[in-house]
Design a protein around this ligand. Structure first.
Ligand code: FES
Ligand code: FES
Length: 165
């Protein structure tokens, strides 16, 4: 029995050009984790419900469990690793830490990128806009309220320019 055909996948991943031969039926989340050694996308439901596999693909929030890796070839992909570090967090990462928004952090890829996308288009969002923007992401640890506080705080940091990145 032969395995699935392989396809060449080329990405600009967190600013670096990378390529790999990937099974033609591999999803982008699997390719990122297994072929490109990126763990800032996580595997939850595998059917588009939880959001923990979220990355920015060509500057748009994408649930990478819903995309074949081969289809994403040629794209620019940014994962949590490309956003900031513990020493130099992005405004949203800093705000989520300050506001104790998360506990285990499993849901962070979706929460962080949904918040980024929201603040890029709506710099001073209301509670309702924040809840709407985060609604495609499931968190099993929190009551979501501290994520809402965190997004308000991130908006403040972005306005004041006090983030380290
Ligand atoms: S693993 Fe992709 S949305 Fe849940
Ligand atoms: S903090 Fe644990 S799933 Fe959200």
């Amino acid at each position: 029995m032969t395995g699935p055909e392989q396809v060449a996948v080329r990405l600009v991943l967190n600013g670096e050009r990378v390529s790999a031969l990937v099974d033609s039926d591999a999803t982008l989340v699997d390719a990122l984790r297994e072929d490109f050694d990126v763990t800032g996308v996580r595997i939850g439901c595998r059917n588009g419900d939880c959001g923990t596999c979220t990355a920015l693909v060509d500057d748009r929030c994408v649930k990478t469990c819903l995309v074949l890796a081969g289809r994403a070839s040629g794209s620019e992909v940014r994962t949590l690793e490309g956003l900031g570090t513990e020493e130099s967090p992005s405004a949203i990462q800093q705000a989520f830490m300050e506001c104790y928004s998360f506990q285990c952090g499993f849901c962070l890829p979706g929460m962080v990128f949904a918040a980024e996308e929201l603040l890029d288009r709506t710099p001073d969002p209301t509670d309702a806009q924040i809840r709407d923007a985060l609604s495609g992401n499931l968190c099993r640890c929190t009551g979501y309220q501290n994520f809402v506080r965190g997004v308000h705080r991130a908006a403040e940091i972005r306005r004041d320019g006090t983030s380290q990145t």
